[in-house]
Ligand binder design. Structure first.
Ligand code: ADP
Length: 600
């Protein structure tokens, strides 16, 4: 950026004084007057530019006159007759005195371009021409970043499926020789952080071929046609290096259903997508180019992308189960020095639902904590603390609550914990804490699923909604009124109930119909309803969401008011100890329950 600024200042410094001085000396005359001056023998020298003629008189001192250039075949013979020295100027070289006038805007444009380019580190060299170039990151075989299947753990099905792709890349003839057609596109479907990028890289690494990686959102630009240019360029580069692997992350950013709404904004994305489809149909080179792509929302993709010959194979990359988590932890733990007390199987048990990326993060955070404490190896307490950090966010030791707020937070969290102990559909409590963590929470209740749960019934889900609403219910019962502390709980409870009704069809009144997911909303059109939902249905959905939430709130309030003594005891112990483990919470609830039952 500084270089651009300096260049501009230099040009201004050179150009402007000269330009102003010249403008003062130069006399502009019309073409007829100029010819008259030639005939009268006043002109000694003429420089004919593409648009202007600049001439010097024979007078002493000489004057400079300029005139516009008029197509006139008689001019040159006239000049010759009067012995005027004729100088030419190359087209595009500029017309003498006015060069500063066009140079300034050009330099200003270049300056803007420079500033823009400076903020985009990934831009390849090539200035204006580089605009339509693909910005793919390339990993060539043998580079230090190459990855193999050994680096990917916990996703055995996906690995087995992709092992075949490695074969296609290594020995395409074995398949094409028999008349088979190699697949071109493979769609990796799964939540973020489950190792889709890693798998694609490993395919390239195992096959020993170049790997081109780009994100779908990097194609979509403001200017129509740029994305399509990038797709073309990417495939051109890839074909030159075939066999190779192209990886497009976030395919949904560019491959959404075309023209889902009638706004011109979509034009660029449509063109880009069309170009991608054309490229995928087009390459029939001898050496294969495999296009691997990742998304976590295959349902929003344009059906044209999923047709045979394009992304016709789908590989699911799901969150790992307990064994998978242990394997992933092992892969990442191999990079750090572990203490003897570390039990990765135990850590795997406590990380239900986490993705590979989160597990990698736990190990890394653990290593950083051990480093901070200058320990020679990473211990189990380091990893436990790291796990809590990843789940609940960083501790905020400087945030000190006043006693009133602390009391409220203890009641709120005790409400969540008590409800989680009492409701069978809720995950058991692992820890309740008054240590503020993360960006919003002043305390937190951490629940941990017992096993891998993939299906939920209506009552399971409603129990979970009750646990979310329990913090507010506890505040109401013990302190008389709720506070803003429940805002996040309410949002999550509402989202859960809406999904229960609209996506799972588990609503009581609306029953068995899937109402469009938010993805099908038409963006941009204000107040528009999802496709296929009438205003009357929307009102019924809103009504049912509200009544379900109210019923759940009443239920949890009833549950709490029956055990008010337990709730208060839990809050008190929590205030005293700041943090309670799951077993401690369950012990207090069981003990108080026994006392209450005896009293009754
Ligand atoms: P995705 O592309 O699915 O969002 P990534 O492949 O980018 O996820 O994963 C991010 C990081 O998480 C990887 O670089 C790796 O360190 C770790 N990771 C994720 N899944 C796995 C896995 N199955 N095995 C080992 N490491 C994993």
């Amino acid at each position: 950026m500084h270089i651009w600024l300096m260049v501009l200042l230099m040009i201004l410094g050179l150009a402007v004084p000269g330009g102003i001085a010249r403008a003062a000396d130069v006399e502009s005359v019309d073409y007829g007057a100029f010819k008259m001056m030639v005939r009268q023998g006043q002109i000694g020298e003429a420089t004919v530019g593409p648009r202007r003629i600049e001439a010097r008189t024979r007078s002493e001192p000489p004057r400079t006159v300029t005139t516009v250039l008029v197509p006139d075949a008689a001019l040159v013979p006239l000049l010759e007759r009067h012995e005027v020295t004729i100088r030419g100027e190359a087209v595009g070289g500029g017309g003498g005195g006015d060069w500063a006038i066009w140079l300034l805007p050009v330099m200003a444009l270049l300056l803007i371009w420079g500033l823009w380019g400076g903020s985009r580190q990934a831009q390849p060299p090539g200035g204006v021409a580089g605009f339509g170039r693909s910005r793919a990151r390339v990993v060539l075989p043998g580079a230090p970043q190459t990855t193999s299947f050994r680096d990917v753990a916990g996703v055995p099905e996906a690995k087995a499926e992709l092992a075949e792709v490695v074969d296609f890349l290594r020995e395409p003839d074995r398949y094409t020789g028999l008349g088979g057609r190699l697949p071109r596109g493979i769609l990796l479907v799964g939540p973020p952080g489950t190792g889709k990028t890693l798998l694609a890289k490993a395919v390239a690494g195992e096959a020993g071929v170049p790997f081109f990686a780009l994100s779908g959102s990097e194609f979509v630009e403001l200017f129509v046609g740029v994305g399509a240019g990038r797709v073309r360029d990417l495939f051109r580069q890839a074909r030159e290096k075939a066999p190779c692997v192209i990886f497009i992350d976030e395919l949904d950013a560019l491959g959404r259903v075309r023209a889902s709404h009638p706004m011109a904004v979509n034009e660029e994305r449509d063109q880009t997508l069309n170009q991608l489809l054309a490229e995928m149909d087009g390459f029939d080179s001898v050496a294969p180019v495999m296009v691997l792509s990742a998304t976590n929302r295959p349902e929003v993709l344009d059906p044209a992308l999923l047709r045979p010959g394009r992304f016709d194979r789908q590989v699911t990359v799901d969150r790992p189960d307990q064994i998978g988590r242990e394997q992933i932890l092992r892969v990442h733990a191999a990079k750090v020095r572990l203490g003897d007390d570390v039990k990765l199987a135990e850590l795997a048990r406590r990380t239900t639902g986490m993705s590979g990326a989160e597990l990698a993060n736990v190990i890394n955070e653990g290593a950083l904590l051990a480093g901070r404490a200058r320990r020679p190896a990473v211990t189990m307490p380091d990893l436990s603390a790291a796990l809590e950090r990843v789940v609940a966010g960083l501790e905020r030791p400087h945030l000190v609550l006043d006693p009133g707020e602390r009391h409220r937070v203890s009641v709120h969290e005790s409400g969540h914990a008590l409800a989680a102990c009492l409701l069978p559909g809720a995950d058991p409590v692992a820890r309740v804490s008054l240590v503020p963590r993360g960006t919003s929470g002043l305390g937190y209740t951490w629940q941990l699923p017992e096993g891998e749960k993939r299906l939920f019934t209506r009552s399971n889900l409603l129990d979970r909604v009750c646990v979310l609403l329990a913090g507010r219910a506890a505040e109401e019962l013990v302190l008389g009124e709720p506070s803003t502390g429940s805002a996040d709980d309410l949002q999550r409870a509402t989202d859960m109930v809406r999904a229960l009704i609209c996506q799972a069809g588990l609503g009581e009144q609306l029953g068995q119909q899937a109402f469009a997911s938010p993805d099908r909303f038409m963006p941009g059109s204000r107040g528009a309803l999802p496709m296929g939902i009438s205003e009357a249905t929307a009102a019924r959905i809103d009504g049912e969401v509200q009544s379900t939430l109210e019923t759940a709130a009443a239920r949890v309030r009833g549950l709490m008011s029956e055990r008010l003594a337990t709730l208060c005891r839990l809050a008190q112990v929590l205030r005293e100890q700041e943090q309670l483990e799951g077993e401690q919470v369950r012990a207090i609830v069981a003990e108080a329950g026994w006392q209450e039952r005896r009293a009754a």
